[in-house]
Write a protein that binds this ligand. Sequence first.
Ligand SMILES: [Zn+2]
Length: 226
Amino acid sequence: MQLEMIKQITGTITVLTGLHIGAGKDSLEIGGLDQPVIKHPLTSEPYIPGSSIKGKMRSLLEISRFSSLRPETRQYVVKGKPCACAQPGCPACTIFGTSAAEKGPELGPTRLIVRDASLTTKWREKFKENELTMEIKYENTIDRVRGVADHPRPLERVPAGVEFDFHLSFKVFHGDPADLIEDVFRGLRLIELDALGGNSSRGCGQVRFDNLRCDGESVDLSQYTL
Ligand SMILES: [Zn+2]
């Protein structure tokens, strides 16, 4: 396989409704919230893990376009699993990768790398000056009989308006379809239409990708749909 290009996609992620990407139980802060957002271990700045963006792009593409294109992918989707067909020509396995166990030599390296997205310079400065604090949202369940809220659980969120720098890298090998990268843009558009992170059905995680460029050329996501 011959690597012909590594395209660089950059932009800004703007948080439109409070974003909750959970830190997991291992990083509980003593005396802190039980549902914190993920933060950099040294600087305590919130960030968006590349894996969260990549995983969401993949799942949205697999339940829509990739399932309609490929019965192999659909078989995995109905079981709630990511495609692992490992067949050449499968956009899911080619772009997003599959496990080494299934991977044949034909598929080549995973084309897409999604870097962790960190605060833009402007927001990093605000964070250092203590002008950016996380939002606490209380989530209740409603007692069906008494009609009152039970067990309020504080949920930490990155507040609306915050911006993150965003960076993808996309490898093009000799023989790859020229429009393979279009599925990457489509995946980003689907995230805009859906959400990032947890609790999205309750309003969290609406984002927009701004100033999107691929090798310096402007990309208009609004042209992409399912
Ligand atoms: Zn596949």
